[in-house]
Design a protein around this ligand. Structure first.
Ligand SMILES: Nc1ncnc2c1ncn2[C@@H]1O[C@H](COP(=O)(O)OP(=O)(O)OP(=O)(O)O)[C@@H](O)[C@H]1O
Ligand SMILES: [Mg+2]
Length: 305
């Protein structure tokens, strides 16, 4: 385990990430380093499956802090993201108070709108923690899927790390949590929110990085297979496809080929397993046959360099 204070250099952080099998290049590691040191949320955008979500998980492991995850979707509201009153418990409490015959209206209201009846959802969980528990890593995943109103609400939370509950008051984080936001850029996130964060775009990895990711994540993959697969996927990404394969697909493909005891790629095995890599029939058709053969020939050449 390592605390934020103990991280003294970008190299050290890069090594710590690597120990959790995450390969971060220099620019990404610098963004993470600054986000930790400046205590600013890290806003990550990039293609699907390039390791955005994974960063929050890895940071939680490196810093040994709990991971609190908020998955965004259309219609996500405050009840699901921040807090909700526990109606069932409130009702029960009212019944009990009635039965005991000592209902004082004001007291009753104060009682049932107190902390004991609050259901904390991820954002409140992340903010309302005692220092002993350690500040968590808060992952706000796929923010582009949430509505703009929610984004506006988030703006407030990320500026002051506080949440106001009318019946209770303002709850403020004793120390800001480590915050990672991700977006697949299906829509632009507002400037005001981005301004409160450090921004980093994660691109598809270059050959070297992707090869290192494969070695780290699928250590039992034969080197030749790993090289050919990465070279193949790298070249495949320059094709005009509806959905380009991410690192996640590369890893799945290598694992599938290892499960099939393959030592290298061939036309036949590509044909039989292409569904692990490409998930749209049009893309599969585009690649099938001569295109796959050409890419494979290049991959054999580049992979064995
Ligand atoms: N740099 C990396 N080092 C190690 N593993 C990586 C790296 N990049 C991606 N991966 C692996 O690729 C897979 C996909 O990563 P992740 O889920 O974080 O992608 P994502 O960018 O959040 O994708 P999506 O947009 O689909 O949510 C994971 O299994 C992750 O471990
Ligand atoms: Mg993700």
């Amino acid at each position: 385990m390592i605390s934020i204070e103990q991280i003294e250099s970008i190299d050290q952080l890069q090594e710590a990430l690597r120990s959790q099998r995450y390969i971060g290049d220099r620019s990404l590691t610098t963004a993470i380093y600054l986000s930790l040191k400046l205590r600013k949320p890290l806003f990550l955008e990039g293609e699907a499956g390039v390791g955005k979500t994974e960063i929050a998980k890895v940071l939680s492991a490196v810093l040994e802090r709990p991971l609190i995850r908020l998955q965004c979707y259309e219609g996500l509201d405050v009840n699901t993201a921040v807090y909700e009153w526990n109606y069932t418990r409130q009702m029960l409490q009212i019944r009990l108070m009635e039965a005991s015959g000592t209902v004082n209206q004001e007291e009753a209201i104060e009682n049932i709108f107190g902390p004991d009846f609050l259901l904390k959802r991820p954002l409140l969980q992340a903010i309302d923690r005692s220092t002993e528990d350690g500040q968590p890593v808060l992952l706000i995943d796929e923010l582009d899927r949430a509505d703009e109103e929610f984004e506006a609400f988030l703006l407030e939370v990320l500026s002051d790390f506080q949440i106001t509950i009318p019946e209770i008051g303002t709850i403020r984080a004793s120390e800001p949590p480590v915050v990672v936001l991700t977006s697949n850029r299906t829509r632009e996130v507002h400037d005001a929110l981005k301004r409160r964060c450090l921004y980093h775009w994660i691109d598809f990895p270059a050959f070297e990085k992707e090869y290192n990711i494969v070695l780290a994540k699928v250590p039992d993959a034969p080197h030749r297979l790993a090289q050919e697969v990465v070279a193949f996927v790298q070249e495949l990404r320059s094709e005009d496809l509806y959905k380009l394969p991410g690192v996640a697909e590369t890893l799945d493909w290598v694992s599938a080929l290892v499960a099939l005891d393959r030592e290298d790629l061939s036309d036949e095995v590509i044909n039989d397993t292409i569904g692990v890599l490409l998930k749209y029939q049009d893309d599969i058709q585009h690649v099938a046959g001569p295109v796959a053969q050409r890419i494979l020939a290049n991959a054999k050449m580049n992979g064995s360099k």
